[in-house]
Design a protein around this ligand. Sequence first.
Ligand SMILES: [Zn+2]
Length: 361
Amino acid sequence: MVTAEPLPYTALQHGTWMDEKGFKRTCIKEKGKGGGIYQPVYGTWAADFMLRQDAGRFMLGKYLSDKKIPWKQRRRLGMVVAGNTPSDSFLTKLCKMQLAGYQLCRIARGARNETRGIDSLAAETHGHINSAGCKGMATIVTAAHHSIWRHLYDSMHATQKPKSKLKFVTLDKVSNTSTLWRREEFLRICRKEELAEKAQDIEVTIPVKKSHEARCNFDPGSFSENRYWGRRPDGVAINEALQIVYILKFKRSTDRDEGFPEVKEAKANEQHKSIIGALKATFPKWRFEQINFVVDKRGSVVESDSYTKLKKLDVQEGKKDKLFADHVTQVCEAHNRVIVSFLQQVQGGAMLTTEGSREKP
Ligand SMILES: [Zn+2]
């Protein structure tokens, strides 16, 4: 399966060739040495993706073969797993086309009368059209994030152990650190002012986004204060009896490379390090912890990691399998909505049918 010749030899030398995990580790290490870490371990990225263990592949397989789900919907997901969506970007990779598309960002830029050239536009790859960085897709991508997370948050809430004292705080669109501290349970931990000093200490160490530089330079003190109170967790759960607060974060990612959850987790922790850090520094008796839920956009979710987190949040043991399955389905359906929106926009309201001809959606 692995094409580079020296790899099996090294695996033999290290005695890792009979053990899949060990073999893969050897391959990754050897590829790293050769500077080729950005190559797939098994001949293609699609094979890497499908062969990876503990990533909910059985759920993805179930979804793809579920006859109750419209064929076109399953086909769209299958094509993404195979790595050939969007087709312009795929054809460019195969050198059959000169440029991957960049229509949506270009249209958005035109609408703003921007004059920069097309060479500064990002290509319409699967990663790009699934990110808020694509100006034509930002709204639908954000909606996909919110809908999956809302479903998971509500499901965890609904399947909590009856005796659990952990309370899921209902957040709304305007919830941020500041509005949390208008709630009784948080005011019982401390007054807002008590947190401010430590928050400031950490905020000043966090880099400022380019687009915020002018505001920060104008008044650095109030900039970092406002940034702290404006931070928005995706969810919060509090157990006053045991003095625990969980700050929850949800991320859609892409798991082309092994280790995608760790990379995204590190990013999510960095985003909220001032919330957690200030709380910890001010109230050493309480436990403050950030829990990140990371999913791959194409419907792969690491089972073991999810189950550890569901347990922490007091989800009933007997209900976790159903909750996990429904969650993966939500991820697949949200992804489908993203792809449909993309096709509708680039094809001007016409979509490819399974036969390859065009039809009105
Ligand atoms: Zn774009």
